[in-house]
Ligand binder design. Structure first.
Ligand code: NAD
Ligand code: 0WE
Length: 254
C-alpha cells in the first residue's frame, strides 16, 4: 500500500474516461482516502456515482475560476479532514474555436480564459490549500507535449501548458521548504471528453503508434500508476519535474 491512509483531493473528474478518474482509482487502490471535486452542478450527477464507486469520503463543487468556490472547498475539506496529503489538478479549458486554425487569431479573452482555467488554477489551489497541506504532501498536474513543441491546433493550450510547467517549478521552490513536492505528468494523447471533437485527433494517435519508441498509445491506467508513484514516498526527492507517460514519443528526433 504505497499511499495507505493518505488523504487525496482530486480536481478534474468529469466521467470514467477522465485522467483524474484513473488517478483517483490508482490512489484508492494504493490505500488513499479520496475526495473529489466537480466543476459545476451539471457534472454532479456524473461524478456522484464515481465517488460512490471509489468509496470517496468527500464530494464538493469547485469551479476553479471562482475564488469564493475555492475558499468554500477549503472550508469543506478543513472541516472534514483537517489536512491534505495529495492534491491532483487535472483541469484544462480553452474555447473550442481557439483549438483550431491559426494561433495568431487568439483573442485577449480566449487567451485569458485558457490561461486562467488551465494554468492559474494550479496556483490558486496550491495557495488556498497550502495551510492544509501536510509536510511531505504531493501536488501534481497534467500537461502535454504541446507546451514544448508546436502541435497543430493545440494553439493557446500549448501556451497555457508552458505556463503551467513553469508554474510547477516555481511552486516546487516555494513549497519545498515545507517538504511539499509539486510535479507534472506529461501524458500522451488519450480519448477523453477534453479530446472529443478535436480535428485531427485520430491522426495524432496514429502518429504515436508509428513513431513512439513503444509503438503504441498509452492508457489512463498508465497515467494513474505514475501518479501513484509521485504521490508516494517512492518519489520523496522528486519535485519541480515533468514526468512523461507518452510511450517515449518526446525523446524522438529523426
Ligand atoms: P476531461 O474532460 O475528463 O477533464 C478535464 C476536466 O477539467 C473536467 O473534469 C472538467 O470539468 C474540468 N474543468 C474545466 N473547466 C473547469 C473549471 N472552470 N473548474 C473546474 N474544473 C474544470 O479530460 P482529460 O483529458 O482527463 O483532461 C485532464 C487534464 O489532462 C487536462 O489538464 C488536460 O489538458 C490534460 N491532458 C490531457 C491529454 C489527453 O490527450 N486527453 C493529454 C495530456 C494532458
Ligand atoms: O489538453 C488537452 C485538451 C485540452 C482542451 C480540450 C478542449 C476540447 C473541448 C481544452 N479545452 C477544450 N475545450 C473544448 O471546448 N489535450 C492534451 C488533448 C488534446 O487537445 C488537442 C490536442 C490534444 C492531444 C487540441 C488540438 C490538438 C491536439
Amino acid at each position: 500500500m504505497l499511499v495507505h491512509g493518505k488523504k487525496a483531493l482530486i480536481f478534474g473528474v468529469a466521467n470514467d474516461k477522465s485522467i483524474a478518474y484513473a488517478i483517483a482509482k490508482a490512489l484508492k487502490e494504493g490505500g488513499a482516502t479520496i475526495g473529489l471535486s466537480y466543476a459545476g452542478e451539471a457534472l454532479k450527477k456524473r461524478v456522484e456515482p464515481i465517488c460512490a464507486e471509489l468509496g470517496g469520503e468527500l464530494l464538493f463543487p469547485c469551479d476553479v475560476t471562482d475564488d469564493a468556490a475555492i475558499a468554500a472547498a477549503v472550508d469543506t475539506v478543513r472541516a472534514a479532514w483537517g489536512s491534505v496529503d495529495i492534491l491532483v489538478h487535472s483541469i484544462a479549458f480553452a474555447n473550442r474555436d481557439d483549438l483550431k486554425g491559426r494561433y495568431i487569431d487568439t483573442s485577449r479573452e480566449g487567451f485569458r480564459l485558457a490561461l486562467d482555467v488551465s494554468a492559474y488554477s494550479l496556483v490558486a489551489l496550491a495557495q488556498a490549500f497550502e495551510p492544509l497541506l501536510s509536510p511531505g504532501a504531493s501536488i501534481m498536474t497534467m500537461t502535454y507535449y504541446g507546451a514544448e513543441k508546436v502541435i497543430t491546433n493545440y494553439n493557446v493550450m500549448g501556451v497555457a501548458k508552458a505556463a503551467l510547467e513553469a508554474s510547477v517549478r516555481y511552486l516546487a521552490m516555494d513549497l519545498g521548504e515545507k517538504g511539499i513536492r509539486v510535479n507534472a505528468i506529461s501524458a500522451g494523447p488519450l480519448k477523453t471528453l477534453a479530446a472529443s471533437g478535436i480535428s485531427g485527433f485520430r491522426s495524432i494517435l496514429q502518429t504515436i503508434e508509428e513513431r513512439a519508441p513503444l509503438r503504441r498509445n498509452i492508457t489512463q491506467e498508465e497515467v494513474g500508476k505514475v501518479a501513484l508513484f509521485l504521490a508516494s514516498d517512492l518519489a520523496s526527492a522528486v519535485t519541480g519535474e515533468v514526468i512523461y507517460v507518452d510511450s517515449g514519443y518526446h525523446i524522438m528526433g529523426i
